[in-house]
Design a protein around this ligand. Structure first.
Ligand SMILES: Cc1ncc(C[n+]2csc(CCOP(=O)(O)OP(=O)(O)O)c2C)c(N)n1
Ligand SMILES: [Mg+2]
Length: 556
């Protein structure tokens, strides 16, 4: 490297990222990262230049989930870093490997207006922070950051003072061995035969078994093995919200387990006497806070099985193994069974019952969000990527039973609104070959609506479906349920279609669901972006809210 004239530290740091295989970087520039970012772009990395740092990290999260690569973003020092405090905890909780290149204030100066102690801000989110202050060692530290991000499955932020970045490079001539060559190449962990025998005994003595898969099952490609196990024991299948769609083609899949369960799903879960959790962390919401299967024993099949998680006892029976190998070994060890819970009538009920059949009185001129989702489920092509956001409306979007897991993205472990548009961008960057459909609430979209400009500029093919109830629906329904005033949660229906057009993106208020086939056909030809604003009634209350307020919704 020293043979080239005037190589700066930032040149070499950009090369170190390219050598790590980085091909996409979500970027917002400032003094402390712009030289590095410019060099990264020159060396062939696709840069997605966003309008808010939060969105750079949130988009990188969705990119990491979709590609199984390390998500990469960059921000400047000080105010660039402080903008990340909502996105990073979300990435930590979703176990997403990421590297964020952050600038730091110049260290040669006694004072700098954007200076702030960045390490405690970042580490408070659960992400790792590494200040890099020795130029010669920086390429190795970058490589190690990628190794750490992959191994610990969390974001690693590296902070490089920008005066150091601008120094001439005087370090080694070659870059270190990239992380891809050092990563341990490990085979899936097989189960111990004693654990398999115990688990088989437990399963053999149960009559109503639900096989419940999480993202670990998706990653281990354990879907077909879970289906085979459920078929063998005549049981049912369910998934966590992020793994939804893993069994979309199975007649005995009752959909999502947890806050987003369907009516029929809840009924069957309550009857279960054994739940076999495969590759899931047994998060609080996934089991409805322990309320969904009160009678059931729990068997946890995972590479890291747990007894207690997120404040509750979750499983007393454990099988440590790769999800697929564990399930296959268990199935093979089961004795032949005569009794089965499954019946054809059950399959018909699962297929024919609406996720939520409660009847609401709706004011004329407004739509029922459930009808909007049903209409889109029927008309959106099967190979389009779908992204679920947050808020009250996300319950409805989650109910699209025909959609396979690999075409659906949900990241909501930190419960923050406002991420949908960034997640849509991350998926669009990961899957540029097909349209992305983002389902969002009006409040969530408005929180980072500036990214419509990014979407337009980068020519992303994203269709944004807004379930617009003119409100923070979650808050309205909770306030109403508790008999409190609605002030501060109801805003009215602002014209999101006009806002979209202001950013140069197509915008429509969609009033008639009969128009959907024609609209979808037109969008398919457009290759651009659009916002479709569906004005829905705020009288439709999701089952989650109704269950939380049984006194008010006793009959629901
Ligand atoms: C960053 C953040 N701020 C506030 C909240 C509290 N909150 C949860 S849902 C919600 C309303 C979201 O409104 P919208 O996107 O319109 O969806 P809706 O609930 O109306 O369907 C709010 C404010 C949150 N979860 N995250
Ligand atoms: Mg709303």
């Amino acid at each position: 490297m020293t043979t080239e004239a005037k190589l700066h530290v930032y040149d070499v740091l950009a090369r170190a990222f390219i050598q790590e295989g980085v091909r996409t970087c979500f970027t917002l520039m400032g003094d402390a990262n712009m030289n590095w970012a410019a060099r990264l772009a020159q060396q062939g990395c696709r840069m997605v230049y966003v309008r808010h740092e939060h969105c750079a990290v949130a988009a990188a999260m969705a990119y990491a989930r979709k590609t199984s690569e390390v998500g990469v973003a960059t921000v400047t020092c000080g105010p660039g870093v402080t903008q990340l405090i909502t996105a990073l905890p979300a990435a930590v909780r979703a176990h997403l490997p990421m590297v964020v290149f952050a600038g730091e204030a110049p260290i040669k100066m006694g004072w700098y207006n954007q200076g702030i102690d960045q390490a405690p801000i970042i580490t408070a989110t659960g992400a790792a922070y590494h200040p890099l202050h020795l130029p010669e060692r920086m390429p190795v530290a970058i490589r190690d950051a990628f190794l750490q991000a992959r191994r610990e499955r969390r974001p690693v932020v590296i902070g490089v003072p920008f005066d150091l970045q601008e120094r001439p490079w005087v370090g080694p001539e070659t870059l270190p061995t990239p992380s891809s060559q050092l990563l341990p190449r490990l085979s899936p962990i097989p189960p111990h035969p004693d654990d398999v025998a115990k688990a088989a005994q437990l399963v053999a003595s149960a009559e109503r078994v639900v096989v419940f898969a999480g993202l670990g099952a998706v990653e281990a490609k354990a879907g077909p093995a879970c289906q085979a196990l459920a078929a063998r024991i005549g049981g049912l299948l369910t998934t966590t919200l992020p793994a939804r769609g893993l069994f979309h083609d199975d007649l005995y899949c009752i959909g999502i387990s947890g806050s987003f369960s369907t009516e029929v799903g809840l009924e069957y879960l309550a009857q279960a006497d054994l739940v076999i959790v495969v590759g899931g962390s047994l998060a609080f919401h996934a089991g409805g806070g322990g309320q969904l299967w009160r009678k059931a024993k729990m068997l946890h099949i995972d590479i890291d099985p747990v007894a207690v998680n997120q404040g509750q006892e979750v499983a007393r029976h454990h099988l440590r193994a790769d999800a697929r190998l564990g399930v296959e070994a268990l199935t093979a060890a089961l004795p032949a069974r005569t009794k089965t819970w499954r019946t054809e009538a059950m399959a018909a009920r699962i297929r024919d019952t609406k996720p939520d059949s409660h009847v609401f009185e709706i004011e004329p001129g407004f739509l029922d969000p459930r009808d909007v989702v049903e209409g889109l489920e029927k008309t959106l092509p099967a190979d389009w990527e779908l992204v679920n956001s947050s808020g009250h409306c996300s319950w409805f979007f989650a109910q699209m039973p025909s959609r396979p897991q690999e075409r659906f993205l949900t990241i909501r472990e930190f419960g923050a609104i406002g991420n949908g548009i960034s997640f849509g961008m991350g998926v669009a960057a990961a899957r540029p070959d097909r349209p992305v459909v983002l389902f969002d609430g009006d409040g969530s979209l408005i929180m980072h609506v500036q990214e419509l400009e990014t979407i337009k500029r980068h020519r992303m093919n994203i269709l944004i479906i807004v379930i617009n109830d003119g409100a923070y629906g979650s808050e309205v329904h909770k306030l109403r349920s508790e008999g409190l005033p609605e002030d501060g949660s109801v805003f009215g229906y602002c014209d999101l279609a006009a806002i979209a057009r202001g950013f140069g993106v197509e915008g429509k208020i969609v009033k008639r669901l009969e128009d959907l086939p024609k609209l979808v056909e037109e969008f398919a030809k457009s290759s651009g972006a659009a916002v479709w604003d569906f004005h829905v009634s705020d009288k439709v209350v999701s089952p989650t809210i109704r269950r939380a307020h049984p006194a008010k919704y006793a009959k629901a």
